[in-house]
Each structure stands twice: as structure tokens, then as C-alpha cells.
Unconditional design. Structure first.
Length: 94
């Protein structure tokens, strides 16, 4: 998956650890979204695409204002195209 992510991002990150971090983060987000503990290898493309999306939108601060100290954070979510690739989320009973 790391090689695919590097190809999609055209080598934008210098250290492979950065790519691994984004892949692990994307997998964690997808596992939490689907409410499962593991995913089949058939969902690797969705993990890679979400990792690329997270990398390209990694700035969590959307806007910043110095006077009166106002900070707006970006809402980073799974794009609908990637959600369509994933299994439907399981509903947990509390």
C-alpha cells in the first residue's frame, strides 16, 4: 500500500514513516467508521485513497485571526466516494 500511496502523491513525502503514519491513520478512521475490528484486503484501495486525502488536507487549521484570537478548524471527514467503497457501518448496541 505504501508504494501505491507514494505513486498517488508523486513522492511528496520524503520519509516513508510519514506515509506509514497516514496509512495507519486512514485505516483507523475507516475501522471506527465501519465499527469493525478488521478489514479485508479488498478495502486496501479505500485506505490508500483516504490516506492521500488526509495528506492533501492535512492542515487542520482552516482560518486563523490574530485580533481577538479566533481559530477555525477544518472538518476532515471521509469523502463520499470513499464511503461508497466501504462496507456499511455496523450499528453497535449500547
Amino acid at each position: 500500500m505504501l508504494e501505491m500511496l507514494e505513486a498517488i502523491l508523486q513522492g511528496k513525502f520524503e520519509d516513508k514513516e510519514v506515509g506509514i503514519f497516514y496509512l495507519e491513520t486512514a485505516k483507523s478512521i475507516i475501522l471506527n467508521y465501519c465499527n469493525v475490528t478488521s478489514l479485508d484486503a479488498s478495502y486496501n484501495n479505500a485506505i490508500v485513497l483516504l490516506a492521500a486525502h488526509l495528506y492533501n488536507n492535512s492542515s487542520v487549521i482552516k482560518s486563523k485571526k490574530e485580533g481577538e484570537k479566533s481559530v477555525t478548524y477544518a472538518n476532515i471527514s471521509i469523502p463520499s466516494e470513499i464511503k461508497m467503497m466501504l462496507p456499511r457501518p455496523r450499528i453497535g448496541v449500547m
